[in-house]
Design a protein around this ligand. Structure first.
Ligand code: NDP
Ligand code: OXD
Length: 310
């Protein structure tokens, strides 16, 4: 069996080849980048593969995304319409995501930015904590990662609400679904965490009208994809103080250009798309297990529904 790894970073490509070879003895794993000749392979694994891969490599039976999101694969074009596209499911990302989001929520609830300011000014003053019952935390997207984030925050005792396309049931989480429920969901979000995939239906969803439905002084955490948000509308809401702040891990353009206003905005916290990084060893174990199932003719989970885009 031949497995091609198409990842833009050479070291990551190499790591995937080693881990997959260790998991599937007998298989030949080889790296590919644009400009390389292709040949024949049974499976491809990659991130932003580009149309050139699919023109160069023949015989593919499935493509495995090295991320949970597949917009980077679908958005590039060239993926044959009948080639199964399989994404990572958790593979160590749910815990990271739950920790990243909990850190932001707990920091806000405990007013750590104000205490840090007080320290700079040598002020010793206890601040009144917000009423917990009024501190609604909304998680938009209740899939593998969103459900873990919502469940973890509910475990901390926050009033957590979640929103998804189809109805979900998560212990301790008030679940909303469908477009008609969106205004009611947003109205109760003191903090809104975006955990949606980037699809035709979610691109640009978070615009001025959407943000205006959040309570005044709400806080946005985007750990999903930058393309969900109309950046100018977000900046306007932050400038006016309608939104108290935003923690942004993902952006329309990555790396975030050095001149972008987000970098220095006093109400914005920026991280470089690290909310949940791909753990190669764990992910390769998951991909190898699915390859073994496919080889046996068994169905696998994580198959992307191309009509939905996730
Ligand atoms: P899943 O596919 O498991 O979950 C997606 C969720 O979003 C589902 O609950 C789905 O609803 C919901 N959804 C999709 N479209 C809509 C819509 N139009 N309206 C309402 N709800 C919708 O994805 P994961 O949880 O595994 O990952 C989520 C995203 O996180 C990824 O797509 C990726 O973009 C991002 N990500 C970011 C990382 C980072 O480091 N910043 C790392 C990893 C992932 P339903 O339940 O009805 O299907
Ligand atoms: C992913 C990501 O989709 O890293 O896994 O963003």
């Amino acid at each position: 069996m031949r497995i091609v790894v198409a990842h833009p970073d050479a070291a990551t490509r190499q790591q995937w080849c080693s881990e997959i070879s260790a998991q599937l003895p007998g298989a030949t794993a080889f790296g590919w980048q644009p400009g390389d000749s292709g040949g024949v392979a049974d499976y491809a694994i990659g991130w932003r593969p580009g149309a050139e891969l699919f023109a160069a490599v023949r015989g593919l039976r499935a493509f495995f995304s090295t991320g949970a999101g597949v917009d980077n694969v679908l958005g590039q074009g060239g993926l044959p319409a009948d080639l199964p596209l399989i994404r990572l499911e958790d593979a160590g990302m749910a815990q990271q995501m739950a920790e990243y989001c909990s850190y932001e929520v707990i920091r806000l609830y405990h007013q750590r930015a104000r205490y840090e300011q007080q320290q700079r000014e040598h002020i010793w003053r206890e601040l009144e904590p917000p009423a917990r019952a009024g501190f609604g935390v909304g998680v938009m997207g209740l899939g593998v990662l969103g459900a873990a984030v919502a469940g973890t925050l509910a475990g901390f005792g926050y009033p957590v609400r979640g929103y998804s396309r189809s109805p979900r049931d998560i212990a301790g989480v008030t679940c909303f679904s469908g477009a008609a429920a969106l205004p009611g969901f947003l109205a109760g979000c003191r903090v809104l965490i975006l955990m949606l995939p980037l699809t035709p239906a979610t691109t640009g969803l978070v615009d001025g009208d959407f943000l205006a439905r959040l309570p005044r002084g709400a806080y946005l955490v985007n750990v999903a994809r930058g393309g969900l948000v109309i950046e100018d509308d977000l900046l306007a809401a932050l400038d006016s103080g309608r939104l108290a702040g935003a923690t942004l891990d993902v952006f329309g353009q990555e790396p975030l250009p050095s001149g972008h206003r987000f970098w220095d905005h006093p109400r914005v916290r920026v991280t470089p798309h690290i909310a949940a990084i791909t753990l190669v060893a764990e992910s390769a174990r998951q991909v190898a297990a699915k390859i073994r199932q496919l080889e046996l003719g068994e169905p696998v989970t994580g198959l992307v529904d191309r009509s939905r885009g996730y």
